[in-house]
Design a binder for this molecule. Structure first.
Ligand SMILES: Nc1ncnc2c1ncn2[C@@H]1O[C@H](COP(=O)(O)OP(=O)(O)OP(=O)(O)O)[C@@H](O)[C@H]1O
Ligand SMILES: [Mg+2]
Length: 195
């Protein structure tokens, strides 16, 4: 259930990651009604007025490499756009795309994820209709910052687990993932998954 946006304290870390400055102390204005509501897609709940109900949503995807997270993310974004809304996909993988090609460097992972969190904050600040977090998010600590963001900004948050964790599925994901992640590594990822 979306909640009324009141006073929120946003950690300096995320403000810095997003390149944002504190807006008038820690208070934020109530969210404006979004595109989804103007399209008549969002019902008012409990008799509250539209200005009290957040219109944005966040989807946090979880799953091992090759399970289909980015595919699902694009499907959700396309659906949102077909309905006239705006969607932003936040993926730490995009940090490693330089001049059109993917160059993964594990040393840059913390910075890639900080960048991804910053992008999500920017999307929430811009009040896009749908923010999709497209990372493996295997451990709780990896996606909890996004849950907190969603809560702080008063947006609905849904977690979707993509794919399976059995041996046969892992073989399939190893054969099709676009980042060259081998089955052994995907097995290790699956073992890290926290329910
Ligand atoms: N349901 C599906 N059926 C068949 N192929 C799929 C399905 N979902 C995804 N794929 C294909 O599997 C490959 C990997 O999918 P995708 O890139 O979405 O995985 P991912 O979870 O984002 O992986 P990574 O974590 O490495 O980014 C892609 O080539 C995609 O087209
Ligand atoms: Mg992906």
């Amino acid at each position: 259930m979306a909640k009324k946006v009141g006073k929120v304290t946003w950690p300096a870390y995320f403000r810095a990651a997003a390149g944002l400055r504190r807006l008038g102390g820690d208070s934020r204005p109530p969210r404006r009604s979004g595109g989804a509501e103007s399209r008549g897609l969002v019902k008012k709940r409990d008799g509250r007025t539209s200005t009290e109900v957040s219109m944005s949503r966040m989807i946090i995807l979880r799953g091992v490499s090759g399970s289909g997270k980015s595919t699902v993310a694009k499907e959700h974004a396309a659906e949102e756009m077909l309905l006239g809304g705006k969607a932003v996909i936040c993926s730490a993988d995009d940090y490693f795309i330089r001049l059109g090609s993917y160059k993964f460097d594990p040393r840059l992972l913390p910075e890639a994820h900080a960048w991804c969190r910053g992008k999500a904050v920017g999307a929430l600040e811009s009040e896009v209709d749908l923010v999709i977090i497209d990372n493996t998010n295997l451990c709780r600590w990896e996606f909890e910052p996004y849950e907190k963001m969603a809560s702080d900004y008063g947006v609905e948050c849904k977690i979707l687990v993509v794919g399976e964790f059995d041996e046969k599925s892992i073989e399939l994901y190893a054969s099709r993932n676009q980042h060259g992640v081998p089955a052994e590594k995907i097995k290790q990822m699956a073992a890290k998954f926290q329910k």
